[in-house]
Design a protein around this ligand. Structure first.
Ligand SMILES: [Zn+2]
Length: 318
């Protein structure tokens, strides 16, 4: 197998003459990078991997240059799962567990994040260039479903009024997924034509979804996406687009870490400084280390200077 064969790939396609679109994704290098500094329990790894695949699939729904952040806030042994993807398919993800928990290998979504029914699924759509005063769009819903795919399908139907079917699976090597979506038809055509085409759409949609439904978890884990495409849809007339390539990328920087310290408040930071002499913070996503000594922290709270101004030019002499 050559390197190009193993490159992380997202393949978009549409069904000819029907308002139905699809995507297949397989993520291995990026997924390995995400797991590199963490030893997640098996069930947590599976769920995070499924979110990574789903997040890449949903990023195609972005209608602007920005990023999609998918979070599950849990009330069980897993407190938080985050997957992020921007319009160029640059991704990062992480999971936070409650201290000293034992997670069974086969634990399901409900046991991991929704033990008391207080788990939440949050999608944030964050445009890169915001209008003045514009906030990122955020949708928050209860965890309606027994797995990641069902939670997202229910969210898409409720919030976006889009019929979406998602199949995702992940192990330690790969996160792979299929998305099918029935698109709204914007038609100015005569009523009869429109009705006919809507029936066609529905028929194609039902057939495609039934084909997707034959996909088993093991098959999804063990089969590359071009084989899956052929195996599932060989009888369909499908148009495929140029493949896209997800990759790992972390957006952390010193300014953001400084802002986080500012949000903790001066008393808290000073207490920690007195105890430790210097504050060391590791990025949860990429493991990068940031340190803030007494001088750095004093500067943080000295004025309303944005923390960005505190970035010390490296290698410069002033
Ligand atoms: Zn980072």
């Amino acid at each position: 197998m050559t390197t190009t064969d193993t490159k992380d790939t997202l393949q978009k396609f549409i069904f000819d003459n029907a308002a139905v679109r699809g995507e297949l994704v397989e993520i291995s290098d990026t997924w390995r990078e995400i797991q590199a500094r963490h030893g997640y329990p098996k069930a947590v790894r599976t769920m995070l991997g499924e979110m990574v695949a789903a997040c890449a699939l949903l990023s195609a729904n972005l209608k602007f240059n920005g990023s999609i952040v998918m979070q599950i806030h849990g009330d069980g042994p897993v407190r938080l799962l985050v997957a992020e993807c921007d319009a160029e398919l640059r991704m990062r993800a992480t999971a936070k567990l409650a201290p000293d928990v034992d997670v069974a290998d086969e634990a399901m979504l409900g046991e991991l994040v929704n033990q008391h029914g207080k788990g939440r699924f949050v999608i944030t759509l964050d445009p890169l260039e915001k209008m003045p005063g514009q906030q990122p769009y955020q949708g928050v819903v209860p965890l309606d479903g027994d797995d990641v795919a069902t939670v997202i399908e229910n969210y898409m139907l409720r919030s976006e009024q889009l019929d979406t079917r998602i199949w995702v699976a992940a192990d330690d090597k790969v996160a792979r997924g299929l998305l099918l979506q029935k698109l709204p038809r914007h038609s100015g055509a005569e009523d009869q034509t429109r009705q006919a085409s809507e029936e066609d759409d529905l028929e194609t949609w039902n057939r495609a979804a039934a084909l997707g439904q034959t996909l088993k978890r093991e098959e999804l884990l063990s089969t590359d996406i071009s084989t899956l495409m052929h195996r599932l849809f060989w009888e369909e007339t499908i148009r495929v687009f140029d493949p896209l390539h997800p990759q790992f990328h972390c957006t952390c920087n010193r300014e953001k870490v400084g802002n986080m310290l500012k949000m903790l408040g001066q008393p808290e930071v000073e207490t920690a400084l007195a105890e430790l002499g210097e504050l060391g913070i590791n990025c949860d996503f990429c493991g990068k280390h940031y340190s803030f000594d007494k001088v750095d922290c004093a500067q943080l709270f000295a004025s309303d200077t944005p923390a960005g101004a505190l970035i010390r030019p490296s290698g410069s002499t002033h």
